[in-house]
Structure formats: structure tokens, C-alpha cells
Design a protein around this ligand. Structure first.
Ligand code: PAF
Length: 285
């Protein structure tokens, strides 16, 4: 496995000279089974002669809380060992100073799909995500890039950026990987206390229970929101709270007054300082 930390000419030159397609998996490290599933998918897509590249970079400009940035896990050594084991060909682990000049002043802003959910609760977050992603695309010039669908608003925004800025890369979404008890895998899970970790599958259970309303063709968003809220809050531990719970159109990401097209019920919840997100698709009739 080749490890690259900087030198733009070298990395861009190197990836340009590679014979097969290059699949990029952008990550912030603290790799878990969800990331490993993306690595395996990448290999399937590019084949044995293609290149599977991973970037590991805790992107400071996408954090809205300094404590979250400071506490974000950074087990780089074990991450790289995992990549090696999984047959990753190229690991790009840039320093902050390499990606961001001290006076950097250009950021990418999407203005429509970012209105609700994480976009409204974490101002500037998606500007940070899109900016680092376009940088990674420019540096590594991937044929395709793979993202977990857990962050479904993120992937929708990245697709929109690629479409609107004519970036020649294919965006591949990979289904959310879950623990056996239903908790969506996240690098933040390891920061949960034992009590919170035990309780955390309540998020998926609440969304799933609400989505069952679709079986009888329920079209009123309020019914889904009420059901999910009830399950989220029933006997919840101290320190648990809902940041947002929204039902939106799956494509436009706008709130709907009647469900007539595929929709998404999404939530962000806190266990103390730890923020977890999850969502479920709502398909009626
Ligand atoms: O989903 C993440 O881990 C990050 O938001 C990403 C896409 C790697 C950008 O920093």
C-alpha cells in the first residue's frame, strides 16, 4: 500500500498514471465495518487491476462544535493497518496545512438541499464537506467515489455538486451497515458510555416502528413524526434528546404535507455530547 501525505504534483501525477479505474473512499478515519464494506465494494467495482484509494482526514472546517472536533477519534496507525489488511492500494492522509492554506477563502456552498436536517442544525457543516470533497476529487481524480448512505443528506449534496459543477466522477452510495442490534455504524459509537451504547438502538427501532405506518398507506407526515417521537422518548436515559426529527421528500429534501412520493424520516439525537443520525425510507402504496 502506498501512503501519501502531501505533494500535490506527486499524488495527482501518480493517480493519473495508474492504468485502471480509481475508486476513492473519503473518510475521517476511526474505520469500522461500515468503512470496510465500502473498501470491499470499491474493489468489486474497480476489479483486481484498478486502484482502491482511501483518504483519512478529520476535516476541521466541517465541524460546528470545537469539542466534537477535539474529541473526534484519530487512531491513524490502526486505521492504516486495517487498510493494508483489506487490500487498499493508496492511503491519502494529508495534514491540515497541506489541504488548507492559512488564508484559504474559497468554499463550496449548496443552497437548496442543505436547508433542513443536518444542514440547518449544523450551520456551515455541508460547506465544509463539499469543499473538502472537491479538493479530494481534484487531487486524486477518481473514476468513482463511494459514500455510506447513512449520511443520506451528505450524499445527496455531493451528487448535486457533481451534477451542477460537471465533475467527472461517479458517485456510488452504499447501504447503511448496522450492528446486530440495529444501531447504524458510526465512528462516534465508540464514544458512547456503556449505558448509552445499550440504549442507542432505540433510534433505529423508533424510525422502523414509525415506518410501519406505511403498511396501511398512512400519508400524513404528522402520524409518522408522532410515532417516532413517542418511541424515541419513551423511558429514554438522562442526557438523551432529539436534535431534529423530520419527514421530507426523498428527492427535493423539502418537508411534505402529504406523502405521495418516496419520503425519508430522519433524525439526529444526542446521548450527552455524542450526536447520532439515522433515517428510514417511507414508501406508501
Ligand atoms: O462522512 C464523512 O466521513 C465525512 O463527512 C467526509 C465525507 C469524509 C468528508 O470529510
Amino acid at each position: 500500500m502506498i501512503k501519501v501525505t502531501s505533494e500535490v504534483k506527486t499524488i495527482t501525477q501518480m493517480t493519473r498514471d495508474l492504468p485502471g479505474p480509481l475508486a476513492l473512499i473519503p473518510t475521517m478515519g476511526a474505520l469500522h465495518e461500515g468503512h470496510l464494506a465500502l473498501i470491499r465494494r470499491a474493489r468489486q467495482l474497480v476489479g483486481p487491476n484498478g486502484t482502491v484509494a482511501i483518504s483519512i482526514f478529520v476535516n476541521p472546517i466541517q465541524f460546528d462544535r470545537t469539542s466534537d472536533l477535539a474529541n473526534y477519534p484519530r487512531p491513524l496507525k490502526s486505521d492504516l493497518a486495517l487498510c493494508e489488511k483489506e487490500g487498499v492500494d493508496l492511503a491519502f492522509t494529508p495534514e491540515k496545512e497541506f489541504l488548507y492554506h492559512s488564508d484559504h477563502s474559497v468554499i463550496i456552498t449548496e443552497s437548496l438541499l442543505c436547508k433542513g436536517l443536518c444542514g440547518s442544525s449544523r450551520p456551515g457543516h455541508f460547506d465544509g464537506v463539499l469543499t473538502v470533497i472537491i479538493k479530494l476529487f481534484n487531487l486524486l481524480q477518481p473514476t468513482l467515489a463511494i459514500f455510506g448512505e447513512k449520511d443520506f443528506q451528505q450524499i445527496a449534496l455531493i451528487r448535486r455538486m457533481v451534477r451542477d459543477l460537471n465533475i467527472p466522477v461517479e458517485i456510488v452510495g452504499h447501504p447503511t451497515v448496522r450492528e446486530l442490534d440495529g444501531l447504524a455504524l458510526s465512528s462516534r459509537n465508540i464514544r458512547l458510555t456503556q449505558e448509552y451504547r445499550k440504549d442507542a438502538p432505540r433510534i433505529q427501532r423508533a424510525l422502523s416502528a414509525a415506518s410501519d405506518l406505511a403498511i396501511n398507506g398512512e400519508q400524513n407526515p404528522a402520524a409518522y413524526l408522532l410515532s417516532a417521537k413517542k418511541h424515541l422518548l419513551a423511558n429514554a436515559p438522562d442526557g438523551f434528546f432529539i436534535e431534529y426529527l423530520e419527514l421530507i421528500d426523498a428527492e427535493s429534501m423539502q418537508a411534505v404535507s402529504l406523502i405521495t412520493k418516496p419520503a425519508v424520516l430522519a433524525t439526529a439525537c444526542y446521548y450527552g455530547e455524542i450526536r447520532l443520525i439515522d433515517h428510514v425510507k417511507i414508501l406508501t402504496g
